[in-house]
Structure formats: structure tokens, C-alpha cells
Write a protein that binds this ligand. Sequence first.
Ligand code: PMP
Length: 401
Amino acid sequence: VSRFEGVTMAPPDPILGVSEAFKADTNDVKLNLGVGAYRTEELQPYVLNVVRKAEKLMLEKGENKEYLPIEGLAAFNKVTAELMFGADNPAIQEERVATVQSLSGTGSLRLAAAFIQRYFPDAKVLISSPSWGNHKNIFNDARVPWSDYRYFNPRTVGLDFEGMIADIKAAPDGCFVLLHGCAHNPTGIDPTSEEWEKIADVIQEKNHIPFFDVAYQGFASGSLDTDAASVRYFVSRGMEIFVAQSYSKNLGLYAERIGALNVVCSTSDAALRVKSQLKRLARPMYSNPPVHGARIVSNVVGDPVLFDEWKQEMELMAGRIKNVRKKLFDSLSAQDKTGKDWSFILSQIGMFSFTGLNKAQSDNMTNKWHVYMTKDGRISLAGLSLAKCEYLADAIIDSYH
Ligand code: PMP
């Protein structure tokens, strides 16, 4: 008998579990729209050319494998903060940003959660409803209390702006408000710039701290600067904010686990102290971050030629997703005889489309049509090709009615 009799079976992860189920399906028509990973039109994984080039350079240089400092690679931390805030941002010029390289977006969120738990033990985190499924796990495991704020209006398949503002207002003062910097996951619905202004107003009024999760910079619009506009706007208002960054999607570095946590402070002195405590939290958790992805990012962003090439490849990826989005909309509109308005698909941005399919309908997508997706009705357009749009439209229409 095992000492682990008391260990029960954990349920499969609601997102990564979808890939496991997909692998087990032997039907050729199957389509994996679960996990948000970019695929080519042939539905193959894609390594960016600039990544290959940067890796070749790294090999030629013959770099060693010694430990990085706890806060990560200095060259990476410099370029990652500049990419997020803009190199000429006063917060950077005045050295008010504490930047720590971390284990991609997830690790950055987890490090911030540990910081909140230690220094703001009475604060809770406000999370959009719905949100990326792992947000709640991250704060639960860090023992940080959280609650939902309204975000999605199923009737309009749009933003529930009034509900969002009301819930942020109704929360106790001094909460952390988790915001998706761009390409909200799973809904694909972002506030407009006027709405961002009002969100900043209430957050300031309530003495909350904005916490931006930016997993898709460059992937929403195709432009790194446009996708950082929400974050930069909050900084321009002089607010102290958290920003978690990820290079999983925009540089396709999923498995390299490369990202950063940035804390913008009012003073350089506060930034130094915050950074010292982030390092103190990181040391017993993972000691120091991995070097490979950090070198890739600093080589690509730090080299004007590679940087330009990256932007072109990003536009290409974002463009392909926009094309399948359009084709899916056209197919749905042409094939659906009920006159349903599918235009919400076009107004959503980023990798995902939130179809509005409920759990039973999502089950029908998988069981009858072999289309794998998360049960909240989210489909990843990055895993869809133009050739499969009509098939997918049939599956969605059948599942709706
Ligand atoms: N935040 C959001 C909103 C995401 O969608 C993701 C990736 N799916 C992440 C964070 C983190 O991804 P990673 O840890 O690979 O950077």
C-alpha cells in the first residue's frame, strides 16, 4: 500500500487538457482550437526567423552557461522595460521601474502574487469575469484573496462597461485590479481608449493598484506600441502599476519561459526597494531565471535589423489571424440560414474568438465535430486555417441550434 493513498486524482487542466484529448482523437478532421499557440496556414508550429538568427549568433559567440543574477539578464531587463513603456518614458528615464526577468507571463504573475501576499496582506485582487483560467489558480496558490468584476455581456457579446466600473467602485479601497493590457483572454474584447480613461479614473479614485497582464504585445494590432497604449496611458497619469510581460506568443518562445515583471513606482528609491524584495522572493522559489530566452530577446530587440524583421514577422502572424477571423465570419454569415448577426467575431481582437457557445454546445463541437476548444466557448484562431473555416462554421452553426 502506498503512502500516497490520500492523494486524490487531480482533474485535467481546462486548457492544456484539451491538447491531451486532441492527441487521443484518431479522426482526421480533428481541429485543435484549445491552446493559444500560433500555427501556420498548414497548422504547423512556427519558429520565427529572427529567433533562428539570434540563436545562430549566440552559438557563434560561444556564450557560457553560468548562472544569471537573481533578477535576470541585465541586457534583457533593459530592453524588455523599454519595449513595454517606450525608451523615452519618464518612468524609465527617472529609473522608477523595478524590472525582474521571470518565468514568462505565468511566473511573473506568480512572483507579483507572492509580493502582494507579503506586502499587501489585506488587499484583494479583482479579476475580470471571465479571465484566463490560470489567473485564479495563481492567486489561490499564493494565498491572495480575489473576487470577480463584471466584464463580458453575453447579450451584446461585448464589454459590460457599466458592470465593470460599478464592481471596481464597489470593491474595498486599495485592491489590485488585474487588467489585460490588450487582446483580452478569452473574450477578445478590449476597452476603447475613452473607456480606459474612465477605468483609470475609478482606479485612482479608489486608491487601487492596476496590475496589467500583457501576454500579447504586438499580437492584437500587429504593432508593439499600439498594444502597449493602455499601460503607457496609466503610467502617463503618474500611477504606480504592475506589469507582467510574456514573450511566449509575440516571439513564439512558449517553452523558453521568458518574460518579466515590471513595477512602476513613484520614486527611484521605491523602485530599488521593490526590486530588492522581488529578488528576495525569487531566490527561494527558483533561484534565478533561465538564460536562453533572455539572450534571444535581447539580441532581437537590441539589434535594429533583427528588431525590424521581428516586427514584420509579427505583422505577418497577426495578419494571418485577422484573415482567418474574416473568413470565419464570412463562412458563418453565408452558411447560417437563421439570420444571426455574427459581426461580434470581427470586433474581437487577438488570438481568440469568444463564440458565446455554452458548455453543452462546446461539448457538441468536440464530440460530434472533433473540434477541440475550451468549455467556456473560446476558440483559438491561431490554430485555424483558411481551408478549415467552412468546416468550423458548419460545426458552430450546428452546435448553436
Ligand atoms: N496571461 C494571459 C492572459 C495569457 O493568455 C497567457 C498565456 N496563455 C499568459 C498570461 C501566460 O503565458 P506564459 O506563461 O506562457 O507567458
